[in-house]
Design a protein around this ligand. Structure first.
Ligand SMILES: *Cc1c(COP(=O)(O)O)cnc(C)c1O
Length: 363
């Protein structure tokens, strides 16, 4: 069967080179070969996350570490900043972990702003907060620098940040932001297969985790640190992913970080231009649109066509070899999403838009 190219916001397209690396012959995870492999990529990971802290590799999807962060760092009460399906879910996850949690909910489409977070933290009730930098369900990118600046005012509050669908595509300087945890899954902007998460922790987060009694084992941040110091992981990792990551890091640094960020800005702008050309507006509040995916409002074109049949649009695009997303959760069908994460270039995005143009004409 012909492969349908993924333009959904994760998992995304994985290159042949990455797959080849993924299929490297197996090695033992306690042997020198693995230690050398992890030690080789550690400085690149640190450069990618702009940190001097060790970067960890977790064999889980992002949710494993997102739940782990709650278990490692919340003793008093967590403030869950909610602006879409993933950030809303984190509140539910915190409660399922038996934690005292409070929602800071804004309307889907709006970002999280520092002022609202500040008001909540000022109550002194919280020792942690969760925030999602790039809400993949709504295509909203919250101003993370503005939120992270609050850390100075609340040094004892653990700032847990999900950068699952933005890490590698947008500059995120972990140390300079002075946040406590930054998490990503490999099937989003990393363009690796799903099944691994990349994260790092501040010294303060590691110190806090060490005091927590019920932090479990598999996602124990102290175990990740102890093992990473020896270029190992707490348990047997997906070794294929580590090979694939090493290969992808070669690609990332061959392109250059600034060039990579610029490419994502460009391909994202092309997506916005495509939407505008067809008379669509974007779902996010103006100025807070994601740079890695575009969440398009399925509305009528003023003085033109009616709203579109999103499943039909998807099918017409799919018949031409591309998969776009039909909207997430409660905005399924009233929005649709197109990803420009990973290896996409102006040329490859142009091919997608040509197929989408054709589909629009056939609707
Ligand atoms: C995809 C995604 C997640 C969940 O990732 P899993 O790999 O399914 O665990 C969490 N947060 C954001 C912002 C995401 O895009």
């Amino acid at each position: 069967m012909a492969h349908v190219k993924l333009h959904i916001p994760g998992p995304i397209e994985v290159s042949e080179k990455t797959f080849k690396a993924f299929c490297s012959p197996m090695i033992g995870h306690r042997g020198q070969g693995f230690k050398d492999l992890y030690a080789k990529i550690q400085p690149q990971l640190q450069q990618l996350l702009y940190t001097k802290q060790l970067v960890y590799i977790s064999t889980s999807s992002a949710w494993g570490v997102m739940e782990g962060a709650i278990r490692n760092l919340v003793s008093k009460k967590v403030l869950n900043c909610m602006c879409g399906a993933f950030s809303d879910k984190w509140f539910d996850v915190a409660k399922r972990c038996g934690k005292d949690a409070e929602a800071l909910q804004v309307a889907w489409g709006s970002p999280i702003r520092a002022e609202a977070v500040d008001k909540k933290l000022a109550t002194g009730q919280f020792d942690a907060l969760t925030v999602i930098h790039n809400e993949t369900s709504t295509g909203v990118m919250s101003p993370i620098a503005e939120i992270a600046a609050l850390k100075k005012k609340y040094p004892d509050v653990m700032f847990i940040v999900d950068t699952v669908s933005s890490m590698t595509a947008v500059k995120l300087e972990f140390d300079a932001l002075s946040i406590d945890v930054m998490i990503a899954g490999t099937q989003k902007a990393f363009a690796l297969p799903p099944g691994t998460a990349i994260f790092t922790c501040s010294k303060a987060a590691l110190a806090k985790a060490a005091t927590m009694k019920d932090r479990g084992y598999y996602f124990d941040f102290v175990e990740f640190q102890k093992n990473a110091e020896q270029s190992m992981t707490p348990s047997t990792p997906s070794i294929g992913h580590v090979y694939a990551l090493a290969s992808k890091l070669e690609d990332i640094f061959a392109e250059g970080l600034e060039a990579r960020y610029a490419r994502h800005r460009k391909t994202n702008q092309m997506t916005r231009d495509w939407a505008a050309k067809h008379g669509f507006t974007l779902f996010p509040d103006k100025g807070f649109e994601s740079l890695t995916l575009t969440c398009v409002n399925n509305g009528a074109k003023p003085g033109g066509r009616a709203a579109v049949d999103v499943p039909k649009l998807q099918k017409l695009v799919k018949d031409q070899g591309f998969l776009i997303d039909g909207g997430y959760g409660k905005i399924k069908g009233t929005t649709f999403r197109v990803s420009n994460m990973g290896d996409e270039t102006e040329a490859t995005m142009s091919q997608l838009f040509a197929a989408m143009d054709k589909a629009m004409a056939q609707l």
